[in-house]
Design a protein around this ligand. Sequence first.
Ligand SMILES: O=C(O)CCC(=O)C(=O)O
Ligand SMILES: [Fe+2]
Length: 211
Amino acid sequence: MPEFPATAPDRLVCVADSLAVHGWSITESALPAELLGELERNCRSLWASEALQPAAVGRAGEQVVVPEIRGDHIRWLDDCPPNPAAAAYLQAMEDLRWALNRTLFLGLDNFETHYALYPPGAGYQRHVDRFKDNPLRTVSVVLYLNSQWQPGDGGELRLYLPDGAMDVPPRAGTLAVFMSDSLPHEVLQAQRDRASLVGWFRRRPDNPLMV
Ligand SMILES: O=C(O)CCC(=O)C(=O)O
Ligand SMILES: [Fe+2]
């Protein structure tokens, strides 16, 4: 079984500090290259074997697939066969959860994540990640898995910051972390297959500070 080096703790502290100051953080080369390569292979082979499902939008109970709003195909990590790369990624996110809790006192309790693949033409219209039916989502995390990404390939993450929009290229290893309730964002139309892992740190349901 391949082993992957752990993510350096000082990187995680930088993510937490930036999130505390700005409400978002973008880190390039966030995880070891071997781990990124393996996660990218996993995502692309799930797509090739038709193991990803069209993602839905809408409230619980009335979820519908509307590719014009959201065109990605997903599979939750919990529904994938266990593998060392996924385990190493979840461990890195567990370390990040601790770093965020130490710095921000958010009471983050667990992490849910899915692979996502946007085929050419797909995007995700402007939205925020926390909605009424899902009030526990607190911090959003996106890891990009596109080792071949070039300018012109599209699929940038557009963050609507108070001073204006900022576009983040979905290059392999870039980790985008932002507050789920307050930062509107959008995925610009992809021109070639765009792979990622998208996840959320959730608060404890009984957290009395929860809004
Ligand atoms: O992949 C991205 O850049 C963001 C995806 C997203 O906003 C979401 O799945 O809620
Ligand atoms: Fe989102």
